[in-house]
Design a protein around this ligand. Structure first.
Ligand code: ZN
Length: 252
C-alpha cells in the first residue's frame, strides 16, 4: 500500500496539478490531504474541487476552518486572503448545489484521523489544527515530550510548510539530509510532509510525501511547477498581497 500525503495547497492550482501528475506516475493506492486546501492562493475553488475528487481522506486545516468561522491570530495579509477566498467559494463556479456541496465538505472535515499506529493531523498531535511544530522545537524538551506522548507510533502533519522528520531522539532531519527517503524505525516519529502550494524551506518546488507501508519507507518528493504563472495570478488580484506571489519564487 502506497499512500500519497499532500498538505498546505493554499489555492495553488499549478502546484497541485504538478503534484497530482507526479502521483499518477508513482503507482499510489490512495491520497490523503492534511489540510489548508485554500487561503493565500488564487484558485481556492479549483483546488477544493480537485481534493474532493481525488483524496480519499482530508483533514481540516486552520485556513479551511477560517473560511467557515472568523479566525484568531491571522495577520492582515492572511485575513484579507480569507475574506477574498470566502467570496470565491460563495460565488461559484457551478450552481448552488455544487456551491453548497463545497461548503458542506469544508464544514464536515475531521480534525484528525487515526489508522492503527498512524495518526494524521494538520498541526500537531496535541492541537490537531493550530499548533506549529518547527525544526527548532527539538530543543524544547517539554514541548517535544508532550507531543510524543500523544503520538501512537507515527504522526503525519503539515502546517509549518517545512518538510522533515522529527525523531524520537529529538533530531530534526530535513529531506535533503535523509536523501529524500526515511525508513520507519519502529520508534515514535513525526513527519512533516511539507507544502504543495507554498513551500517555506528555501526550495520553491512543491513538496509531498509517499508513505510506502509495506516497504516501511517514507519518500519525500519535490516537484517543479510554473510558480511564475501562479505569482502572476496573485499579482492580478488586489485582495491577495504581492508578497504571497513573491514568496513562491524563493520558497520562503
Ligand atoms: Zn498552511
Amino acid at each position: 500500500m502506497r499512500r500519497a500525503l499532500i498538505s498546505d495547497i493554499h489555492g495553488n492550482l499549478e502546484a497541485l496539478q504538478a503534484v497530482l501528475d507526479d502521483i499518477r506516475r508513482n503507482d499510489v493506492t490512495d491520497i490523503f490531504c492534511l489540510g489548508d486546501i485554500i487561503g493565500y492562493g488564487p484558485n481556492p475553488v479549483e483546488c477544493l474541487d480537485e481534493v474532493m475528487r481525488r483524496c480519499s481522506r482530508t483533514i481540516l486545516g486552520n485556513h479551511d476552518q477560517a473560511a467557515l468561522i472568523d479566525p484568531d491570530g491571522f495577520n492582515p495579509v492572511a485575513l484579507q486572503a480569507v475574506y477574498w477566498t470566502r467570496d470565491c467559494l460563495e460565488s461559484g463556479p457551478g450552481g448552488s448545489a455544487l456551491i453548497n456541496r463545497r461548503w458542506d465538505f469544508l464544514g464536515e472535515l475531521p480534525k484528525s484521523y487515526l489508522e492503527g499506529d498512524f495518526l494524521f493531523v494538520h498541526g500537531s498531535p496535541r492541537d490537531a489544527t493550530n499548533e506549529y511544530v518547527f525544526p527548532e522545537d527539538v530543543y524544547n524538551a517539554r514541548k517535544m515530550d508532550a507531543l510524543f506522548d500523544r503520538v501512537p507510533l507515527y504522526c503525519f502533519q503539515g502546517h509549518t510548510h517545512i518538510p522533515g522528520v522529527f525523531t524520537f531522539s529529538r533530531d530534526f532531519v530535513s529531506p535533503e539530509e535523509c536523501g529524500y527517503e526515511y525508513r520507519l524505525t519502529g520508534e515514535k516519529t513525526m513527519f512533516n510532509v511539507g507544502s504543495v502550494g507554498q513551500p517555506r524551506d528555501n526550495d520553491p518546488r512543491a513538496c509531498y510525501v509517499i508513505l510506502d507501508k509495506a516497504a516501511g519507507v517514507v519518500h519525500y518528493r519535490r516537484v517543479e511547477y510554473p510558480y511564475d504563472r501562479t505569482a502572476e495570478k496573485i499579482y492580478a488580484i488586489p485582495s491577495l498581497d504581492n508578497m504571497l506571489g513573491d514568496r513562491l519564487r524563493t520558497g520562503r
